[in-house]
Design a protein around this ligand. Structure first.
Ligand SMILES: [Zn+2]
Ligand SMILES: [Zn+2]
Ligand SMILES: [Zn+2]
Length: 361
């Protein structure tokens, strides 16, 4: 019982400290953020103050974890001295109490002078301005919709008009776009599946800041293009680093290969000739959705009666956008609604249009 409790507690404590909270607990609202949301305030309105309060409370609570363990131990095994020497128990209790006190003292110290001693405030103060002015500027930009936000594990990367921000469990790092430069320093490949169209690539990007301490961010290569769009700070790739085609682009290639195998839809000569694709207006529409994957009444796909209005690459992008973005390996097996009539279709139901003109050609 004692060992089971200890193992379980250490496992849970490690997950909490490293921010690896299971999705089920997050959706059930059993996280520190959800439980103390009233105290933390509104992240959208007061971003910096929210994270100052959040990191302070989390640091204090994490310092109290050993004390919680001791209290639980007393409850699980009231007669501890049978298992562990009394001196050791006392040592454990003293260390736990000291750690909890250190956590509280730290929280109190940070809170003094209206949070001016908090590490976030200290790092904002390095911008030669009052940290409150810097915080107000970040809060203002965070409220706008046009920002890059990417969540990976326990870290969130935010890029606003002038700031690059990374929030973690205990820390928040901030760099000003004007005085930072970024370097893609490392890539990792994660093979998700043997048959899937893709593997995922993750990028580690160093944010070198002149005014404040540098930090690194990590993101899926899929988001790289979007990040570059929002970035004004210079960004380069370290020598030897090769960023693969984004997952979206790789998916389009795989989708098009599938469509090539599906065969053709012969446009009846009586129907109007295809016009330009309504997705991109760049090329002629050249695909038609026809239920091919099963008999008319079988399966979840439905027959679509829309005339060809989309090009293959726009259809592939539409299809990809309707899939679970976390599971690119399953995209090709997925279904999506027709962009016009909402009839469900799969990758097998997309046919290239053949008009009587290009049959002759
Ligand atoms: Zn198009
Ligand atoms: Zn349709
Ligand atoms: Zn289908």
């Amino acid at each position: 019982m004692l060992y089971a409790y200890t193992l379980l507690f250490i496992g849970a404590a490690l997950m909490e400290v490293m921010g690896m909270i299971p999705q089920e607990m997050k959706s059930a609202g059993i996280t520190i953020e959800a439980l103390f949301s009233k105290y933390f305030g509104d992240e959208d309105m007061h971003f910096i103050y929210y994270h100052i309060r959040r990191t302070t409370l989390i640091t204090i609570l994490h310092c109290c974890i050993p004390l919680l363990y001791c209290l639980g131990l007393n409850w699980v095994e009231p007669d501890l001295s049978e298992f562990i020497p009394v001196e050791l128990v006392w040592l454990l209790v003293i260390v736990s109490v000291v750690m909890a006190l250190i956590g509280c003292a730290l929280g109190y110290w940070w809170h003094r002078n209206k949070w001016a001693n908090h590490p976030i405030a200290v790092s904002l103060a390095s911008y030669n301005q009052s940290w409150r002015d810097v915080a107000a500027n970040i809060n203002l930009e965070y409220r706008r919709i046009e920002k890059f936000v990417n969540n990976l594990g326990c870290n969130t990367v935010i890029v606003t008009e002038s700031w690059i921000i990374k929030t973690g469990v205990h820390t928040v790092s901030v760099g000003h776009q004007r005085s930072s430069h970024l370097v893609v320093s490392k890539t990792e490949e994660h093979h998700l599946s043997m048959e899937g169209p893709t593997t995922s690539q993750y990028l580690t990007i160093l944010v070198n800041c002149v005014d404040s301490s540098s930090f690194s961010i990590r993101l899926n290569a899929l988001q790289y293009g979007e990040l570059k769009e929002k970035l004004q700070a210079p960004l380069r790739e370290a020598r030897g680093v090769i960023i693969r085609q984004s997952l979206g682009d790789q998916f389009i290639v795989a989708f098009e290969k599938q469509v090539e195998q599906n065969g053709y839809y012969d446009l009846p000569s009586s129907s109007p000739q295809p016009e330009s694709c309504i997705g991109c207006l760049q090329v002629m529409s050249d695909v038609k959705l026809c239920k091919m994957c099963a008999d008319d009444t079988d399966g979840e796909c439905r027959q679509c009666f829309c005339r060809p209005m989309w090009c293959l690459s726009c259809m592939a992008k539409w299809f990809a956008s309707r899939q679970d973005q976390r599971r690119p390996e399953e995209w090709l097996m997925g279904v999506a609604p027709c962009p016009m009539c909402r009839s469900q279709f799969c990758a097998l139901d997309v046919l290239r249009v053949r008009t009587s003109n290009n049959v002759q050609a």
